[in-house]
Design a protein around this ligand. Sequence first.
Ligand SMILES: Nc1ncnc2c1ncn2[C@@H]1O[C@H](COP(=O)(O)OP(=O)(O)OP(=O)(O)O)[C@@H](O)[C@H]1O
Ligand SMILES: [Mg+2]
Length: 469
Amino acid sequence: MKGRILVVDDERAICIAIQRLFAGRGYEVDTAASGEEGMERLGRDGYHLVITDLNLKKLSGMDLLRWVKAHAPDTALVMITAYGSEKVAVEAMKLGAADYLPKPFDNDELELVVDRVMEGVALRRDLRLLQEKVAGVYRFENIIGKSGPMQAVFDVIRKVADTDLTVLVRGPSGTGKELVANAIHYNSPRRARPLIKVNCAAFSRELVESELFGHEKGAFTGATTMREGKFETADGGTLFLDEIGDMGLETQAKILRVLQEREFERVGGNRTIKVDVRILAATNQDLEAKVKTGGFREDLYYRLNVVPIVLPPLRERTGDIPLLIEHFLTAVATRLKREPKALAPEAYRALLDHEWKGNVRELEHAIEQAVVLASGGDIQLGDLPASVRTARESDPTPEGDRPLTFKEAKQGVVERFERQFIVAALERHHGNVSKAAEEMGMYRQHLQLKLGEYGIEPEAYRHRAERAQ
Ligand SMILES: Nc1ncnc2c1ncn2[C@@H]1O[C@H](COP(=O)(O)OP(=O)(O)OP(=O)(O)O)[C@@H](O)[C@H]1O
Ligand SMILES: [Mg+2]
């Protein structure tokens, strides 16, 4: 089915002729004998296109057009006008008709018009699907977290998304600040307009003005063409000022002015440009401290910090780690077009125990690396990055809160030492058990036993060697 068309004409013969023409070409076509019937059908069923005569008995084609624009804005309308009524045709186009066709016309002409209009309809539909898909990627359901602090963050996002309030997102590196900015924009009424991201730390002092506000042709040496600035590009949408704490004082003053007045001039120009932009900002810096020491303007701080969102470091929401692991295992597999892998218990424990100074980003990268390196079956401890692996504490955990006995503590240290020692040898010999055993002065069979005991897979290190080459 190429699309659904409704033909509205009080001359039955014309309805039937047009219906035949397009039904034969793969469209689904219904007819209505009056404007009233047309509205009723449109109200009941969805159509991609309405072909209507201008001169209908009670309600005119124009009335129908107005109704369609108000009640079915995604439906296109082609107006058939009487010979010599160009004025009305122009009026119809102004009101939003997709096209018009003066009588008399032949089938080829009508087909041409309909094909072109339907192409536009399809494009708009694709575009909308695409936008919905993009919005889906940034749905805040995709920000994983069931912990209290994250639930609080979701709450705020939900509340502020459809306002124009300025939001300041705080948190250490890798905690998901950009993700939150995406979620706010793509859940806001501005979602179909651009989200422009600006890294404030990356601006050079000389270029900052032209980056933000654009410049006119010839404004300075090298300005060979007019250039639009970020504020202008973001018009109607959202401007995300990232790393706002790293911005120089001069730039801060310039940004403050736009935030206050919502207008600016391009460099070298004198025309004032007004913009409608929602501002989101993020930083991992202690802005309050910077304000105290004079590194950040207090007035700008208050302008930005209208709604604060604070993302805690991962170590303060360890309850989210299992969910995040699950999420990244699936996400990475999908991205690499592979079957999702499971984690061997050893590897899973290491992920739970690690300190995650790099927060969620570090966890994501660790899983990404492990999925890529793991050969065949489950992800083994050896597939994880060295930093995650070596921090693994393998002390036996006593039941309850009882302190370890001397024997237990010693056993833990010995096991940890043995494991690290063996893994290091395997890494040096790319998983070759015989060579590793020889180097350590162990019998091969003894090493095999130890490997089984600790769940170490020499395979994992062979793979790594091949990849590295
Ligand atoms: N709660 C979460 N759920 C799922 N993925 C997350 C979550 N938090 C962060 N991530 C992922 O971690 C990575 C880092 O997130 P993001 O870029 O938003 O961090 P950031 O706070 O802006 O870091 P930086 O300060 O270094 O710029 C991204 O790939 C993001 O998708
Ligand atoms: Mg960021």
